[in-house]
Design a protein around this ligand. Structure first.
Ligand SMILES: *[C@@H]1O[C@H](CO)[C@@H](O)[C@H](O)[C@H]1NC(C)=O
Ligand SMILES: *[C@@H]1O[C@H](CO)[C@@H](O)[C@H](O)[C@H]1NC(C)=O
Ligand SMILES: *[C@@H]1O[C@H](CO)[C@@H](O)[C@H](O)[C@H]1NC(C)=O
Ligand SMILES: *[C@@H]1O[C@H](CO)[C@@H](O)[C@H](O)[C@H]1NC(C)=O
Ligand SMILES: *[C@@H]1O[C@H](CO)[C@@H](O)[C@H](O)[C@H]1NC(C)=O
Ligand SMILES: *[C@@H]1O[C@H](CO)[C@@H](O)[C@H](O)[C@H]1NC(C)=O
Ligand SMILES: *[C@@H]1O[C@H](CO)[C@@H](O)[C@H](O)[C@H]1NC(C)=O
Ligand SMILES: *[C@@H]1O[C@H](CO)[C@@H](O)[C@H](O)[C@H]1NC(C)=O
Ligand SMILES: *[C@@H]1O[C@H](CO)[C@@H](O)[C@H](O)[C@H]1NC(C)=O
Ligand SMILES: *[C@@H]1O[C@H](CO)[C@@H](O)[C@H](O)[C@H]1NC(C)=O
Length: 883
């Protein structure tokens, strides 16, 4: 049996040490051993290497998990071996009604758990809401809205009978703006992402549903994430792409939001498709055992992405807890776990404590969010909307009522509309072109992106096309619309209610008609979009990832044609990420530009609320809008670069994504990260810094060790106990925990059975293990979250309208390899005209630290630390040195 918890590349390169390096290219080794030394420290050799770390840490009930942990101990103690294996293994693709389900424990009346997409609602059903995407939540810079959306989505999952909502997303973080799934997550800034990720998780779990923080980790592009998928697009590779990330970048950037997620109590984490430093995410002992369960003290369970598992014993020892959807390949009827895991425990390769820990983690998460009180029967089916059908979709068995069509939307439309307008960023507004009054003499609306899709809002499976207004992007991160209010409809309603004149053209290529209408209009509103999504769908040649950063479907020509004729042209962009704006910011006929993201079902109402001034825009850009694609300094790999071997991407830019890259290279963006206008104006004054614990306060590395690994119940060694029950009504292609032979090798049915030569050293040990210096509680060493300084500033509304402003706190860490500034905090304030509000923000130890690769801990460097407060990453009028 093949497994590779680590794999060394033959190639390596000598980097100068950090001190000698005159630029910012990967000043750190790609990876270090957990003891802080690098694979070849003498020569400072950097190899894309993932160090082994075993054994897999066992849950201890740390943080506020003690109750859930105790209940889980009691529950798991009662289970037999096959019942335990059932908890860890999915029944196979389309085996049950949810997108993934594990085995049940009928003896105890414990039903199979339902894992259901998506990060924007409940996927694959009806009578559900479609919420604004993560990127919009980021743009709100509003913690309360992130929480409220999480709670509303969690509640919809709860009412459908789903146990685990497969979201939210912080991987991709958004390394490159072209990344297909960036919109499912929040922002390329780790602090903005971390805060909204944690708020969403707390919201979802407050509704009694387990959140799944995904995709862990460094999953930054769609191309080459899976060799089987790549083959479908004509690429011949044997392994998934490897994201090669150095230790400091891992901590300071990609792991940061996951630390927030663990601290927020996330019940589950999904490991990703890619490799990290040439070890698959779902069997990478460094990222799972060392970082997630060791350093971050994660108490919940790790599940695979669908078909993301690549080994049985290897993944179990490397810290995986649940395989989804359970089969090796969809509908193969075989599993790396299931019977193989039963066998691996019986032959002693996977110790009982490891299996027990998987179960404890799954059941503890279930109790942690209160599913013992909130669980209801599953009332929908992910594979069909038909009312009656087969419970086992693939096997075509178990005919009955499968879709009860329960309307779970409640009053969520109001919240969706609110988040839609609260996430709309006003980028340009010449001479108060906006807000409109609705009394304009002649309003014209242009663009395919303004109107309905001729196929209807759900006409393309998983939203895999770009027709009509872009309310949601494509892939498994989508959901079915109950309706989609288009901008065309909402603006028309506005004008008709004022007895005005309204006309629209939604064919972007109708040059002659467009010119004629633009010539009549007093105001022209042009809608354009740029779409992207998940890598299994190709839309217009974009295999998940975008091929370019321009707007789609002749959008630039449309804008040019309208603005050449109409001197009051307003441009609205729906996009999954940054787009190139040409010279629109300087074009005098383009009087306003708005970025509206992907706002969900209430899209038209949300934009109308902003256009007509019912809502004063307060959103800020969650990314930079640069002049050119190259300005971002990061891009994707579109052609495999290692022949049929795993494509390699070195994250040599380190922590310099987005504004940090442009700041470093001194490139002026069109609109910078954190930028956004209002219909009123604000001034900033009176920065006050209060020293709480201060820079020199003591930080104590965690020491000591864990207890020995516990086991629960006894597992008998008699293989006859684990045979298929004679009365089982076997579902074809279903994954069971049972053996079909009393001979283990026969039951396992794999060619390399018995080859345990690559079971890593120490991986089976149940002895007490040392705690990590940066560990000590969920989210890491609790002292990382100590408040060292507290900052206040006065924000005054100097205009005539009530409005919302997002003061942002940035820090300069001061070192030669640090970004110019990094975002560390923000708050969205509502301020009446002429009034002031106080912005209050804490600065924690983590906020002021860098990752020390040698100490394997966070440390505050001796470089001077400066705090800045302002309205964007480049407008920072207030500053102070921290002392
Ligand atoms: C990645 O970096 C290694 C050195 O660590 C180098 O040998 C390799 O060529 C790089 N790969 C790419 C695709 O840049
Ligand atoms: C980085 O610095 C080294 C040494 O100063 C230099 O050789 C190299 O060309 C630089 N690389 C970049 C991308 O600037
Ligand atoms: C660090 O760990 C590696 C891998 O286990 C080992 O080879 C090396 O000797 C260790 N170094 C020190 C200083 O303990
Ligand atoms: C395992 O799960 C399957 C599917 O839910 C169920 O039919 C079977 O009875 C379970 N086995 C045990 C031992 O609980
Ligand atoms: C056990 O796993 C191997 C792959 O390692 C697979 O080929 C085999 O079919 C599995 N056995 C069962 C019973 O699923
Ligand atoms: C749907 O969009 C595609 C391009 O995104 C376009 O080629 C096609 O014509 C559109 N279909 C309709 C019916 O508008
Ligand atoms: C960028 O891609 C979109 C979608 O495929 C396409 O409509 C557009 O024409 C492309 N832009 C350029 C400049 O080629
Ligand atoms: C702006 O619009 C006017 C018509 O109102 C037109 O004459 C002029 O050429 C336009 N300017 C640009 C830059 O397109
Ligand atoms: C815009 O064009 C209109 C005629 O369509 C004209 O009355 C108005 O003065 C122009 N405004 C500017 C600022 O050029
Ligand atoms: C134990 O079982 C597992 C799962 O089938 C198999 O991969 C492994 O090679 C077996 N080990 C031994 C020593 O039999």
């Amino acid at each position: 049996m093949w497994f590779a918890p680590l794999l060394l590349l033959a190639t390596s390169l000598i980097h100068p040490s950090a001190q000698q390096d005159g630029n910012y290219t990967a000043p750190y080794p790609y990876a270090t051993y957990p003891n802080g030394t690098s694979p070849n420290p003498a020569a400072s050799v950097n190899a894309e290497f993932s160090p082994p770390y075993y054994p897999a840490p066992w849950a201890t009930g740390a943080g506020d998990w003690a109750d859930a942990y105790a209940k889980a101990q009691a529950f798991v103690s009662q289970l037999t071996l096959t019942e335990k294996v059932n908890l860890t293994t999915g029944v196979g693709w389309e085996g049950e009604r949810c997108v993934g389900q594990n085995g049940a424990i009928p003896r105890l009346g414990f039903r199979s758990l339902c894992m259901q997409d998506s990060p924007v609602g409940v996927r694959d059903t009806d009578y559900n809401s479609v919420f604004p995407a993560g990127v919009n939540v980021a743009a709100t810079f509003d913690r309360g809205l992130a929480y409220a959306r999480g709670q509303a989505m969690g509640s919809e999952h709860q009412m459908k009978g789903s146990d685990v909502q497969l979201g939210p997303v912080a991987g991709p973080l958004g390394r490159a703006p072209e990344g297909g799934r960036n919109w499912e997550g929040f922002s390329p800034d780790p602090v903005l992402t971390g805060i909204q990720f944690a708020q969403t998780i707390e919201g979802i779990q407050s509704a009694g549903v387990i959140a799944c923080a995904k995709h862990y980790i460094a999953y930054e592009q769609e191309h080459f994430r899976q060799s089987t998928e790549a083959a479908g697009f004509g690429f011949n590779i044997n392994d998934s792409i490897s994201s090669n990330v150095d230790d400091a970048t891992m901590h300071e950037l990609y792991l940061w939001p996951f630390a927030d997620a663990v601290r927020a109590g996330a019940g589950s984490v999904m490991c990703s498709y890619n490799q990290i430093n040439n070890s698959y995410a779902c069997q990478n002992s460094y990222t799972l055992n060392y970082l997630l369960k060791g350093e971050l003290g994660f108490q919940g369970f790790v599940m695979t992405d669908w078909q993301g598992q690549h080994s049985g014993v290897g993944s179990a020892l490397a810290g995986l807890d649940m395989t989804m959807p359970g089969d090796t390949l969809f509908n193969s009827g075989q599993s790396y776990w299931g019977a193989n895991l039963t066998v691996a425990v019986l032959n002693g390769t996977v110790p009982q404590w490891r299996l027990d820990d998987m179960c404890i983690r799954i059941i503890a998460a279930w109790y942690y969010v209160g599913r013992d009180n909130t669980s209801i029967p599953i009332n929908f089916d992910a594979w069909t909307l038909d009312t009656y059908g087969n419970e086992h979709f693939f096997a075509k068995e178990g005919y009955g009522l499968i879709n009860e069509h329960v309307d779970v939307r409640q009053e969520h439309a109001d919240l969706i509309r609110q988040i839609g307008s609260a996430s709309t960023v006003l980028l340009k507004n010449t001479n108060n072109a906006l807000p409109l009054t609705g009394k304009e003499k002649f309003t014209a609306v242009f663009g395919d992106d303004a109107g309905d899709s001729p196929y209807g809002p759900n006409g393309c499976s998983d939203r895999g096309c770009d027709n009509g207004t872009l309310g949601m992007a494509w892939g498994s991160g989508s959901a079915n619309f109950p309706y989609l209010v288009t901008p065309e409809t909402a603006i028309q309603n506005e004008i008709v209610s004022n007895n005005g004149v309204f006309q629209s053209i939604t064919d972007n290529y109708a040059g002659q008609q467009i010119q004629a209408l633009a010539g009549q209009a007093t105001v022209s509103i042009v809608f354009v979009n740029a779409d992207s999504g998940e890598g299994y769908i190709d839309v217009d040649g974009n295999i998940g990832d975008r091929n370019n950063l321009t707007v789609w479907d002749n959008g630039d020509v449309l804008i040019t044609n309208v603005s050449a004729i109409c001197n009051n042209t307003i441009v609205v962009i729906h996009s999954t990420g940054p787009v190139l704006l040409g010279n629109y910011s300087n074009n005098p006929n383009i009087t306003a530009i708005l970025w509206a993201g992907i706002p969900g079902e209430q899209s038209g109402n949300s934009i109308a609320d902003v256009l007509y001034g019912r809502v004063n825009p307060g959103a800020k850009l969650p990314f930079t809008l640069a002049e050119s694609r190259e300005d971002y300094g990061t891009d994707l790999l579109y052609i495999p670069n290692e022949g049929t071997g795993a494509p390699q991407v070195n994250f040599t830019e380190g922590v310099f994504l987005d504004y940090r890259a442009l700041d470093r290279a001194n490139i002026t963006p069109v609109y910078e990260f954190g930028f956004g206008l209002s219909y009123t104006t604000f001034s900033y004054s009176n920065l006050q810094v209060t020293r709480v614990l201060g820079l020199n306060s003591t930080y104590t590395p965690t020491t000591g060790s864990t207890p020995a690994a516990p086991t629960y119940g006894t597992i008998t060694n008699n293989t006859a106990d684990y045979q298929f029950p004679s009365n089982l009504s076997f579902v074809p292609n279903y994954i069971y925990p049972y053996l079909n032979s009393t001979t283990l090798s026969t039951a396992a049915n794999s060619s390399d059975y018995g080859d345990n030569s690559d079971v890593p050293a120490n991986s089976q040990s149940s002895s007490p293990q040392p705690l990590l210096p940066a560990g000590g509680g969920p989210g890491g060493n609790p002292q990382l979250y100590d408040v060292l300084y507290s900052v206040t500033a006065t924000i005054t509304n100097t205009g005539k309208l009530a409005g919302e402003e997002v003061p942002q706190l940035y820090i300069s860490l001061g070192g030669p390899y640090d970004p110019k500034v990094v975002l560390r905090n923000f708050e969205r304030l509502s301020i009446q005209p002429g009034m002031t509000a106080t912005f209050t923000a804490d600065i924690t130890r983590r906020d002021l630290s860098n990752w020390d690769t040698t100490a394997q801990n966070w440390a505050i460097s001796s470089y001077p630390k400066t705090v800045y407060v302002g309205s964007s990453s480049r407008t920072l009028p207030l500053s102070a040195i921290l002392s």
